[in-house]
Design a binder for this molecule. Sequence first.
Ligand SMILES: C[S@@+](CC[C@H](N)C(=O)[O-])C[C@H]1O[C@@H](n2cnc3c(N)ncnc32)[C@H](O)[C@@H]1O
Length: 473
Amino acid sequence: MTEPTAKPAKGQKINVRLDAARALTRIIGQHRTIEWVRAERPQWLQSPLHTQLLYGTLRHYLSLGEALHRHLRRPLKDKDLDLYHLMLVGTYQLKYTAIAEYAAISECVNGCKALGKPWARGLVNGVLRTMQRDDNWRLDLAAVAALDHPPWLRSLIAKQYPAEADDLMAANNQRAPMTVRVNRSRVTPEDFRQKLDTAGFEYQQGPWPEALTLDQPQLASMLPGWDQGACSVQDLSAQHAAHLMLSALQTNTSAPLNILDACAAPGGKLFHLREALADKGVAHRLFALDDKEKRLQDLETIGARLGHTTYRYEPEHGLTGQARANEAIGLLCIDGCSPNLPFDPPLDAILLDAPCSGSGTIRRNPDIRLLITEASLLEQQALQLRLLQNLWQHLVAGGTLVYSTCSVFAEENDQVIHSFLGATSDASAQTPAQGYGQTTKYGWQMLPTDPLTDGFYYCLLRKQAVQDGAANP
Ligand SMILES: C[S@@+](CC[C@H](N)C(=O)[O-])C[C@H]1O[C@@H](n2cnc3c(N)ncnc32)[C@H](O)[C@@H]1O
């Protein structure tokens, strides 16, 4: 399949529907993610309309697919998945957008030639025109969000959240809120709010001075001081990581605390932690690891914008050998399950923001509902447990580990902690009670049914101090 270049040649017209269909074919046909599309085929997401067509069609992929199937005389062949997606993008426009229907249809028809399938023009035109005339399918799709979730996902949500299941699936079909984190190393929250006021942005103040949720999501680059690193975009639920960590740290020592962000890239929680530690005047050395070099490079780029210096941590120099406290963040590209993690002396605190299904962020990443499976939840669970058990060995007695995921499923949350506690005699879980979401057996679950938060899970684990062991054998 030939793909358009990032910039079309002079005079060549971009076919936004075609780009959306191509992106869908990569996601569904080859199990790529939207993140992959962003990184590898940015031309498929280069305008707000591209994004709307791709995200919207993914969000309603299953229900629109049912409607489309009803209007096809016979199913398309597997090799025509791209054509199917072109029609689906057309169907999405007919149902969910105010785009002129003749334009939506004719652009889809034009896409056939670029796909190398000019024979399909009549088919695409005929099916979409029939759907244009038929209002029944549009009425049938009225707001039943469950239809946009695969059956296994529907059942799991209903099983784990019987009271909230419908609301949760409806929330998964909403647009996500946009919360900004003021970079307190660069600007005071008061000054930043003033800049927002001057620029005419409306927002709600979050639970900490640096958290501001905008009434209308914006392009990040439009925010005041963006290029100068005045702020980041970070969901409110994700901002709890740094605050939980701060609340659990033993800050009454004069020696700097050695803290590791164990799955750090692209650095959202890491940089927040840096800003929060600096703001509170907590002496620290911060380290960050991730097993993907490309993601660590992205972290470095983001850090540079925010003014957070990083360096490559060289294990042979030891934890204290390279950075002076409160200065640069030491980066390490290594598997967190490696038996030879180079952290000696042990760390005072660890943040493990574990790789997970992302099921708590489906409204932000509509591809997730179509890509995850029950089996993949269990694969993630095994990795999460391995990471937790391995990192635990590098935590000092009396130290704290914050475990987090952006998943709403117990498989990746309480079940991991349950297995871990069962096999780890010097660990205890403390439930951090906060204003949002619900407490679970071991931790705290936020849900996207709260309009302000994604579905995040947190558990605070404490390693028994030496004297605790002596007092309570
Ligand atoms: C949930 S994301 C982290 C997001 C990050 N904490 C933030 O706030 O921006 C999980 C990260 O874990 C990394 N990862 C996955 N498996 C890993 C492993 N075995 N060892 C280290 N990092 C891993 C992924 O590359 C990914 O960057």
